[in-house]
Each structure stands twice: as C-alpha cells, then as structure tokens.
Design a protein around this ligand. Structure first.
Ligand code: SIN
Ligand code: CO
Length: 379
C-alpha cells in the first residue's frame, strides 16, 4: 500500500503553487509499481502516448511512439529516456501509487507520467505550466529548480519539441533517491539529470486556463443549441452619427453575451461535463454482449464487483450530489440516491453491498455505464 509520510494538508498550505520543495522519503519504503520492461512494452502500444528523448553528445532528439521492439535491442548505454504519459490508464500498479493523492481534488488531476532514464538522461532545462510531484523510484537523479518565470528566461532552440530554456540560477537542488518527492509549481524552471538508471513518476495537476473555459463554454453553447437567436430591438432610433455604436447597443450586446452564463445551472452543467473529460486516452472497451438491467442485479447479488476504467473521471458537484458527470456525460440519479453517485465517483471498485437498495432508474444508469465500457467486470 502506498502512503505519504507527510501531511498533504500542511503541504498545500505551505507549498502548493507557492514554492518548490524536495520531500526526502515522501513515500516511505517506496516500491516501483512498474518495471522498465513494462514501460518499454507500453511504449510499443498504438493507443499509449509515449516519447523517447536522447541527448547523446549534447545532440537532442525526441521521437513519439509507438516504438518497434527492435528499438530496445540497440540502445546506447547512456543519455536517453523513455516516457509514457497517463501510465495510470494502462497499468493497474501504476494507478495504485496514486491512492494517497486522492486527498487532492480529482478534477485538477491530469495524469501519471512514468519515465525510465539512464545515466545522463534528461529533457533539459524547461518550464511547465503544471503542478507536479516527481516521485523517484529506483535509481538516482539530480534535480535543480530555479526562481519563478517572470519573463526573464530565454528560449533555447536546440530542439523545438522540447521547449527548453537557455539556463537558470538554482533556487533549490538535490539528489533524489527512491521514495523522495520533488514538488514543482507551474512556471518554475527545472532540470533533472539521471545519475543511475532511474524510474521517475510525475503526478501531474493541471488547472484550466481562462481561455480554455471560454472556448469550451462556446462549444457547449453550440452543442446544446443555446443562444440561437439574433439581437431583437424593435425600439431602434435614428442616429446623428451613422458610424457610432451607442452605449445602449453595447449594453444590449453585452447582456446577450452574458445571458448563457447567467444561469448557474447551465454553467454548472458545462463545468461538470468539461472537468470530467480526460485529456488522455482511456482503455475503454465496450462489452461484447449488451448487459440487461436484470442481469446486472443478478451479478451484483452474486457478490462480485464492478471495476471502473482506470483514470476515468467521474465527478459530482457539491450542490447537486445526485448528478454524476462521467467522461463528459451526465447521469442524473434519484435525489434519494446520492450515496450511489458518491460511491460510483469516489471508488474504483463497487459491489452489491454498496447498492443494497437501488431504484429502477439508477439500475438503468448503472447498466448504461457498463454497456459503455466505463465500468467492467473482472474476467
Ligand atoms: C524528467 O523527469 O526529466 C521530465 C519531467 C519534467 O521535468 O517535467
Ligand atoms: Co518538467
């Protein structure tokens, strides 16, 4: 079982989005949940997002997977690393090391990136717009983090895909050993250099940009055919200045612009849908045979469990806990059955005991979730 050796609550108050820190022994007795061979195996899969970065003789290259098996037979001894994004979507063990981070809001969580690197490997000095906990697994890496970016850093064009910067002065530095955690807030330049063949686990959090909220809201308005009307003004007056847009015109247009957002229910629904969409591909496989609601009742009564697809985002809003937002879709349960929504959203495994009393409507939703492949039964 994975457990942090420190209080996340105290950590948030002191460091979150404020300053970087190294937490020695952040995980006590950390055991790697995945092996370098498994990382290589994942990077050969079409649906898994992977990269290979090499910096031998200071010549930088970055390639995207999937990689052929032969690639791994002829690798140099030093100066490369293999990166797999959203490893928690494809590897159960990797997903389990995220357990202690469940005290953080899931809507902010992005993915677990796993990286295997050999001596001299790294991606060079760069700046991310993510909050990241970099957990050191086997091996050792030396890390440096600089002062927050206020426009003082220059881009380096050695390799366009790597978005490196020229250099930065050290604010904090240290050698990470198994179980140590480096936390880096967004905007702080950093660079890791591998000292011994290493596994690193980047637990990434990404908050939305204002422009993403706006553009996603516009998409939502279009998809829901909201605001499909022109400005209506039967009180139009003549104008002294043919070219002028009057304050009243501006006020009418501004009102129209804000109208969709004036309904909090509408905004809530939009946010639930948007925040429950993962930015990374999920391992969703619809069942070969469609489930009927009665079959599901029998199944649950047999005492067996249902499992959630790893990394599937399932959220509910504080004010409306009977609505589950799952993978961008809305499932409205009976208002007496908020415990079903909480259980579905919070846990990765559910069993009959969780649902001793269940209404027909909730059963229909559960059946739909199974038929979409969002939950599944073990083989
Ligand atoms: C690395 O571990 O070298 C890359 C991860 C990062 O810096 O964001
Ligand atoms: Co980074």
């Amino acid at each position: 079982m994975y457990q942090l050796s420190f209080s996340l609550e105290e950590f948030l108050a002191e460091y979150w989005q404020k300053k970087p820190t190294i937490i020695k022994g952040g995980f006590a007795n950390f055991q790697d949940p995945i092996s370098p061979e498994e990382i290589a195996g994942l990077s050969m899969e079409e649906e898994v997002d992977s990269r290979f970065v090499s910096n031998l003789n200071d010549e930088w290259s970055a390639e995207h997977g999937p990689f052929p098996e032969e690639k791994f037979a002829q690798l140099p001894e030093t100066h490369w690393q293999l990166i797999v994004q959203a490893a928690n979507h494809w590897h159960q063990g990797a997903a389990e090391m995220l357990e202690p981070f469940k005290a953080m809001p899931n809507w902010l969580f992005d993915d677990l990136m796993v990286l295997y690197s050999v001596e001299g490997g790294g991606v060079g000095p760069h700046i991310d717009q993510y909050d990241v906990f970099i957990v050191q697994g086997q091996g050792k890496r030396y890390w440096r983090v600089g002062e927050k970016d206020h426009g003082q850093y220059n881009e380096n064009h050695r390799h366009t895909a790597l978005r490196q910067i020229e250099s930065f002065d050290t604010l904090i530095e240290g050698e990470l050993e198994p179980g140590d955690i480096l936390y880096i807030p967004p905007g702080f330049p950093h660079e890791g250099k591998t000292l011994e063949p290493s596994m690193s686990y980047s637990v990434g959090y990404r908050s939305p940009k204002e422009q993403e909220l706006l553009s996603n809201f516009a998409d939502y308005v279009l998809a829901h055919e909201q605001g499909d009307m022109h400005l209506h003004n039967p009180e139009l007056n003549t104008r002294r200045n043919h070219s002028e847009v009057s304050n009243n015109d501006i006020a009418d247009l501004t009102k129209m612009l804000k109208a969709a957002m004036a309904s909090q229910d509408n905004v809530n629904q939009f946010l639930g849908c948007m925040l429950s969409q993962s930015r990374h591909q999920l391992d969703i496989v619809a069942p070969e045979e469609v489930w009927q609601a009665e079959e599901l009742v029998d199944f649950l009564q047999s005492g067996k469990s249902l499992y959630k697809v790893s990394g599937l985002k399932s959220l509910f809003l504080e004010d409306k806990p009977n609505i589950a937002y799952i993978n961008g879709e809305i499932f409205e349960f009976d208002s007496e059955e908020t415990h079903i929504v909480t259980t579905l959203c919070n846990y990765d495994e559910i069993s009959a005991e969780d649902f001793t009393q269940i209404s027909h409507e909730s059963l229909i939703h559960l059946t739909a979730l199974l038929n979409k492949g969002y939950w599944f039964v073990a083989d």
